[in-house]
Design a protein around this ligand. Structure first.
Ligand code: DP6
Length: 326
């Protein structure tokens, strides 16, 4: 059987940084995200006749043995959980470059999870799919449900799952992803967050998240972009403060990142409701409502050193596609 899944990347408004359990990939805190319309992974999985071995092909990219192992580890886990023994052929393609802080692992493991269960002909609830995707990469659980998504940290593997807070068309929020460096990041998120407890500020951050989640939920209810943006920037700075004070320090920003972080408040002072957030890389996500996008992109045109800009709407979650990759 052959099954193809498409899953969006997501940008976290409240970030996941640090695990309560490294193997189960349960997080230290709740996180909230928006699915991205233009950054997604397509994955086709086909079950193979007996005697064949699993294969993984990343289209349009070099093969990375570590990633291949991680993908096959996720497939093994799903096989065990589903009581299946079939080997599979996996072909996958990203709509955007990997390792740029646009959460390729989120869309990748979300699409893989849906496609493997689909190829096995096994139905799972959305909640179960988010748990399975989380075991591949934490943030992948947020790429399964529709639109704006909350991942509750939970107390155990079964209670650490993601659910939609609002559908993708609830609010016309946009993510203008500004690529300032398209190369792969040097330290992976998994390796980076293993060191979280070496920062003297991690406990403070974890303790401060529930209040931000509450303020974020209020902002969503009111569709108050200024209240939302304030929380988004605060949480981004809180996470990067922890990263930068870890041992060894992890500084994902470059000069362009800092320039944009300085410009955004100036643009706000000039009347544009735009806010920044940054994941584990130097590229900057600008969050605004759709009516502000042309103002923001015009301002960006005046900034030297930007490689490209990807304008994302909020997108549905992982879903089936009938366009197979092979
Ligand atoms: C900075 O989900 O990539 O993007 O669970 O180890 O695969 P693993 O980590 P991953 O971490 C994402 C970290 C982040 C913040 C976020 O997306 O919440």
């Amino acid at each position: 059987m052959k099954y193809t899944a498409i899953a969006p990347a997501n940008i976290a408004f409240i970030k996941y940084w640090g695990k309560a359990d490294e193997v189960l990939r349960t997080p230290l805190n709740d996180s909230v995200s928006m699915n991205l319309s233009e950054a997604f992974t397509t994955t086709t999985v086909e079950t193979l006749p007996d005697g064949m071995s699993d294969t993984v092909t990343f289209l349009g990219e070099e093969q990375h043995p570590d990633e291949e192992r991680r993908v096959l580890g996720a497939v093994d886990r799903i096989r065990r959980e589903a009581g299946m023994s079939d080997r599979v052929r996996i072909v996958t393609r990203n709509s955007f470059p990997k390792g740029i802080g646009a959460a390729a692992s989120a869309s990748g493991f979300a699409a893989l999870t849906l496609a493997v269960y689909g190829a096995f002909g096994i139905r799972r609830t959305e909640k179960e799919l988010t748990i399975a995707a989380r075991l591949g990469s934490g943030s992948a659980c947020r790429s399964i449900p529709d639109g704006f998504v909350l991942w509750e940290k939970g107390e155990s593997s079964d209670t650490s799952f993601a659910r939609s807070l609002y559908p993708h068309d609830y609010w016309d929020l946009m993510d203008i992803l500004v690529i300032v460096d398209p190369t792969r990041k040097k330290v992976s998120t998994s390796a980076g967050m293993e060191q979280v407890r070496t920062s003297p500020y991690w406990k403070e951050r974890v303790a401060s998240v529930p209040d931000r989640v509450k303020r974020l939920l209020d902002a969503f209810e009111q569709k108050d972009i200024h209240a939302l943006g304030a929380v988004i920037e605060e949480d981004c700075l809180s996470m990067h403060h922890v990263m930068q004070t870890q041992e060894p320090p992890l500084d994902y920003f470059n000069g362009m990142t800092r320039t944009l972080m300085e410009l955004v408040p100036q643009w706000r002072a000039g009347g544009i409701a735009v806010f920044f957030t940054i994941d584990a890389g130097p590229n900057v996500h600008l969050i605004s409502e759709s009516r502000s996008v042309s103002d923001v992109t015009r301002r960006l045109e005046g900034v030297k050193g930007i490689r490209s800009v990807i304008v994302n709407r909020c997108a549905p979650g992982a879903h089936e596609s009938h366009d197979h990759l092979f």
